[in-house]
Design a protein around this ligand. Structure first.
Ligand code: ADP
Length: 484
C-alpha cells in the first residue's frame, strides 16, 4: 500500500506558536505519525512570530481569487523536528501584534471568522481536486473550531478527501452571526440544525463535528462525558448521535523534554532504579520557594492555570485544615485574580508552609514536578491533562478528581492496585472539599509507609506516556475512515 498522506490543519504548533495543549499535540503527534510511516504535513497560519521563524521557506502557491478573502500565499518548509510545514501567509489577516486569537488586551480579533475561515478554506482546497500542489493528501485532519469549517468546505466540493476533527476543548466553539455563512462562501442551505447552525449562530466547531467523517477527542473518558449534558457544552446531542464515529485517544507527552534522568532544570537527576535524587530536588524547591527545609514533611505541588476548571478553589478552601497536618504546599500558576489573591493570602498566613509563585515558569514547573512528593490536580473537567502524566513520569503520585483524561491516566492506590503494580496516584469522585481533603489524607498516610510509597512512585515511573501508542491509535482511525 502506498504511504498514507495526511494534511494536519491547526492554529498553533509548539514550539513555533503556543497558547495551550493544542500546540503540544500539533508539535508532537505529526512527528510520531511520521515515525510510524504516515506522510503528515502541517498547515498553520503565518502569524508574525511564525513568519519570523520561517524566513527560508519557499512560496509554493498563491490564492488570489478566493471570494471573500484577501490574497494569500502558501509557503513550504520543514520544522526543526523534520515535519514538513505549510505556512499560510496572509498579512492582512495574520501579521499583527498580539496573540493568535486575541489582541494584546485580551479581546478576540473582530475578524476571527475570516481569519480561520481562510485557514479552513485552504485546508479544504489542499484536500480537493483543484489543489495547486503536487502533494495530495488522502485525508484532512482538523483540530478545534479554528479549522472546523474545513470539513464543511470539503463537503461541498466534488471528489474531496475525507476529514476528521479532533476536539481539544469543547468550551471554545467559534460561534459567529448567521451572515458569516455567506461572507465565507458557504451555501445558505448549510445553515440549519443538520448543518453548521448552533442556537441561531454559525458555529465552526459544530460544522466540524457535523461534516467530518470521524471525530476524535483527547481521552476515552472525555469522549463519553461530552455526550452528556454536564460536559457536552450544548453539543451532547450531536455527539451522542455520532457516538459510533467518536473515538477518544489519550494524548502522549514529550518524554525527552520530561525525563528526570536528563532534565536540565533539575538540581539532581534520578531514575526509577534510584529515586534518591528526588530528595535533593525537594530541598531545592523548598529553598527556592521559601519553604522550611523539611525532608520528612510531604510536599504537595501544583502547576496550573488558576481557573474554576482546575478546581483549585477547593484546595484553597481546605488549606487551613491541611495546615494542621505535617504538609507543605508549593503552587505555581496564574489566572483568575481572586484565586491568585487567595493563594497569596494563604502564603502570607502560613509562611514556610505554603509558597505561591504567580506567573509562568517552565523551569519551576519541572522543579515542582520532580521535587514535590504528591501533585494536586482536582480539575472539574479535564479533556486530557498533561501535568498528571508529567508527575507520574517524575515519580510524584498525582491526586486527581475522577474526570476526563485524569480517570484514564491515573489508577487509584488501594491494597490490590498497589499489589498488582497498577496503582499510580489517588483518585476521588465527587467534587467536594471534603473528598479532596480525605484523599490528600489518604496519600499522606501512605507516605508514612516508605516501602509502599516507593513502590507507588516506581509504578508511576514505569508507565508509558509516549506519543507512540497515541499515534498508532490515530493511524487506526485514519485507516477506518479511508476504508469506508
Ligand atoms: P491546560 O492545557 O488545561 O492548562 P494541562 O495539564 O493539559 O492543562 O497542560 C498545562 C501545561 O501548561 C503543562 O505543560 C503545564 O506544565 C504548563 N503550565 C501551566 N501553568 C504553568 C505555569 N504557571 N508555569 C509553567 N508551566 C505551566
Amino acid at each position: 500500500m502506498a504511504m498514507m498522506k495526511v494534511l494536519f490543519a491547526t492554529s498553533e504548533v509548539a514550539p513555533l506558536i503556543k497558547t495551550g495543549g493544542l500546540a503540544d499535540v500539533s508539535g508532537a503527534l505529526p512527528a510520531a505519525l511520521r515515525a510510524i510511516g504516515v506522510d503528515v504535513r502541517v498547515l498553520l497560519p503565518g502569524y508574525t512570530v511564525v513568519m519570523a521563524q520561517c524566513q527560508s521557506y519557499e512560496v509554493v502557491a498563491t490564492f488570489a481569487t478566493l471570494v471573500g478573502f484577501p490574497t494569500a500565499r502558501l509557503l513550504s518548509g520543514k520544522m526543526a523536528n523534520g515535519v514538513p510545514l505549510f505556512v499560510l501567509d496572509c498579512p492582512a489577516l495574520y501579521q499583527r501584534d498580539g496573540g493568535p486569537y486575541q489582541d494584546a488586551r485580551g479581546n478576540d480579533w473582530p475578524d476571527n471568522a475570516k481569519r480561520f475561515g481562510l485557514l479552513s478554506k485552504v485546508a479544504a482546497i489542499l484536500g480537493g481536486r483543484a489543489t495547486p500542489l503536487a502533494w495530495h493528501p488522502n485525508l484532512v485532519h482538523c483540530n478545534d473550531w479554528q479549522t472546523g469549517l474545513a470539513p464543511a468546505y470539503l463537503h461541498y466540493k466534488r471528489s474531496a478527501v475525507p476529514s476528521i476533527i479532533t476536539l481539544h476543548n469543547l468550551a471554545f466553539q467559534g460561534n459567529f452571526p448567521p451572515a458569516t455563512v455567506r461572507a465565507l462562501g458557504l451555501p445558505a442551505s448549510s445553515f440549519g440544525v443538520a448543518g453548521l447552525e448552533f442556537h441561531g449562530f454559525m458555529s465552526f466547531l459544530k460544522a466540524g463535528m457535523f461534516y467530518a467523517d470521524h471525530i476524535t477527542t483527547v481521552s476515552p473518558n472525555y469522549a463519553k462525558e461530552i455526550q452528556q449534558d454536564e460536559l457536552g457544552f450544548g453539543m451532547q446531542g450531536l455527539l451522542a448521535d455520532r457516538s459510533h464515529e467518536l473515538t477518544g485517544i489519550l494524548n502522549g507527552i514529550d518524554v525527552v523534554e520530561w525525563n528526570a534522568a536528563s532534565d536540565s532544570h533539575l538540581a539532581k537527576h534520578y531514575d526509577s532504579a534510584d529515586l534518591s535524587g528526588k530528595a535533593i530536588n525537594k530541598q531545592a524547591v523548598q529553598k527556592s520557594m521559601g519553604l522550611a527545609v523539611a525532608p520528612d514533611v510531604p510536599l504537595l505541588g501544583v502547576v496550573s492555570r488558576f481557573t474554576h476548571q482546575k478546581g483549585l478553589d477547593l484546595l484553597l478552601e481546605i488549606a487551613p485544615r491541611l495546615m494542621e497536618l505535617p504538609v507543605q504546599l508549593a503552587m505555581l500558576g496564574s489566572g483568575d485574580a481572586a484565586m491568585q489573591q487567595a493563594a497569596r493570602d494563604l502564603a502570607e498566613r502560613y509562611p514556610g508552609k505554603i509558597a505561591v509563585m504567580i506567573g509562568f515558569s517552565e523551569a519551576l514547573s519541572h522543579q515542582i514536578e520532580a521535587g514535590a512528593d504528591m501533585f494536586i490536580m482536582p480539575s472539574r473537567f479535564e479533556p486530557c491533562g498533561l501535568n498528571q502524566m508529567y508527575s507520574q513520569r517524575y515519580g510524584t503520585p498525582p491526586i486527581v478528581h475522577a474526570t476526563g483524561g485524569l480517570s484514564d491516566s491515573v489508577v487509584d492506590c488501594n491494597p490490590e492496585s498497589l499489589k498488582d503494580g497498577s496503582a499510580s496516584g489517588f483518585v476521588f469522585s465527587g467534587m467536594t472539599a471534603n473528598n479532596l481533603f480525605n484523599t490528600i489524607l489518604r496519600a499522606v498516610n501512605l507516605y508514612r509507609e516508605p516501602k509502599d510509597w516507593l513502590t507507588l512512585c516506581k509504578n508511576c515511573m514505569a508507565k508509558d506516556f509516549s506519543w507512540e501508542a497515541s499515534a498508532k491509535a490515530y493511524l487506526a482511525v485514519y485507516r477506518k475512515v479511508l476504508l469506508r
